[in-house]
Design a protein around this ligand. Structure first.
Ligand code: KG4
Ligand code: ZN
Length: 326
């Protein structure tokens, strides 16, 4: 089995996955601690990973009914992410691999999100178009093999999840804002306001900064009371703008690439209206279950199957920003 560790942001994750992509355990411990700050505090996240890492590993092994003797490969997220947080996972992985004489596979976090689609019981096989939208990244990729992808478009400023989180904050909702904003939007009218979707940004890149500013100005125009009264309408219209911005690029990308299948991942893939919109595009659609869309270690194990494992890894370092420049 592959033992995988993921600590790139605020979730401490460990998973056991077989070589053919069957998940035996996928443990995710979310650090609710950051909610009070309205975002993830890197130093706090790293310290909590230290406390949670061993219990999460124990939990994963127990759930899988396995011991370290059953592990043939250790996999770990090398980046991109918060360096202090990543280092906890990387050091743990090195420690386990070195003490057991096992090889180690360093995995790119974004490749992990893509590889979530290759997990059983029904792997979604390339070629397909893939949209990943989370709190930290938003990109569209052409996926033609298991060990890589071509980025076709990426966000020029905020990630889609970040747009949800920042909009939610402007509307007085708690962090993380996506789920709260979706709930509030259910009572509102998406056509009540016309928010920008950066349609003029050519090609397949995204931009969400203007949308966030448009909401800020709208809230100011309406005044405190007016904005409070129209909160649900504001949420619904804002959510629709994000969904339409994503859908517009996906449609363009399907047309341009001629790809006929679509996968969507990242935390924003949990969004109901986005799922409906994507399902309506008329191509076969794969959205992995929620626990495989948000950050998790099973997706890291999945990607590790296609990485050349290292025997000499003690000098391996984490990286904060993407090797692919994302
Ligand atoms: O993938 P993820 O768990 O962590 C990152 O790698 O960033 O994504 C978290 C993001 C947050 O911005 C959160 O607000 C957003 O996903 N999110 C949602 C929903 N659930 C989570 N956004 C919109 N609607 C949702 N239901
Ligand atoms: Zn992620």
């Amino acid at each position: 089995m592959i033992l995988a560790i993921e600590t790139s942001c605020d979730d401490t994750c460990a998973a056991l996955v077989t070589r053919d992509g069957e998940i035996r355990a996928n443990v995710i411990s979310s650090q609710g601690i950051h909610d009070r700050y309205g975002g993830v505090v890197p130093e706090v996240a790293a310290r909590h990973h230290l406390e949670l890492m061993n219990p999460v590993l124990d939990d994963a092994l127990r759930t899988a009914g396995a011991g370290l003797d059953d592990v043939g490969l250790v996999a770990v997220t090398q980046g991109p992410g918060l360096v202090g947080a990543l280092l906890v996972g990387v050091a743990t992985a090195k420690g386990i691999a070195a003490s057991r004489g096992l090889p180690l596979a360093p995995v790119d976090h974004l490749q992990g999100h893509v590889a979530a689609n290759f997990l059983g019981p029904e792997p979604f096989e390339p070629p397909f178009l893939c949209l990943i939208a989370s709190g930290g990244h938003t990109f569209i990729a052409r996926v033609e093999e298991h060990d890589g992808y071509t980025v076709l478009g990426t966000t020029l400023d905020d990630a889609a999840g970040e747009a949800f989180d920042k909009g939610a904050r402007l509307l007085g909702l708690p962090y993380p804002g996506g789920p709260a904003l979706q709930r509030l939007a259910e009572e509102g009218d998406p056509a009540a306001f016309d928010f920008p979707i950066a349609a003029r940004v050519a090609g397949l890149d995204f931009s969400f900064a203007g949308l966030k500013t448009a909401l800020l100005y709208k809230v100011r125009d309406l005044g405190e009371e007016g904005a409070a009264e129209r909160r649900a309408d504001l949420a619904a219209a804002y959510q629709r703008a994000i969904v339409e911005a994503l859908a517009l690029r996906v449609e363009r990308a399907l047309e341009r690439t001629g790809l006929e299948r679509l996968a969507v991942g990242g935390g924003v893939a949990a969004n109901g209206p986005l799922r409906e919109r994507m399902a309506g595009l008329g191509v076969p659609l794969r959205i992995p279950p929620r626990e495989l869309c948000t950050d998790n270690a099973a997706m890291i194990a999945s990607a590790a199957r296609y990485v050349a494992p290292l025997r000499d890894y003690l000098a391996l370092d984490a990286y904060a920003t993407g090797e692919r420049g994302l």
